[in-house]
Design a binder for this molecule. Sequence first.
Ligand SMILES: [Zn+2]
Ligand SMILES: [Zn+2]
Length: 141
Amino acid sequence: MSDGVHSGGCACGKVQVEARGEPYRVGICHCLTCRKLHGAPYSFYAAFPTDAVTITGEVATFASSEHGRRYFCPACGSQIYSHYSRPDEIYVYPGSFDEPARWQPSYELWTIRRDPWLPEFPSVVSRYEKDRPKWSRTEPE
Ligand SMILES: [Zn+2]
Ligand SMILES: [Zn+2]
């Protein structure tokens, strides 16, 4: 792995993820869809420029909302990436990457669904009850 290239993949190894450079922003989402898709109290994601990420291998798609598309490995079920309203942004999941703790979240969405037993995350500076009210490329605003 060379500098600035981050590699990862799904649990079974059939899908590979490569992200180059640094994400626009890194966040956590507590919404019901993320909870169910990830089988976890929240999803943890990094938003990259779409052209900075290469996905290798077959993925299947789930339309999670009007514009939301979630892509997963059809062999093992791992969540691989997602797109929302902006085609120039791709969301990948830091937990998929081989290097641990490479990124930290700076904001949280849908805190009205936040599990009460979760600790405060020290890197988080912005918290939103639902979606971010004002769209911006980076966080904090
Ligand atoms: Zn897989
Ligand atoms: Zn969500």
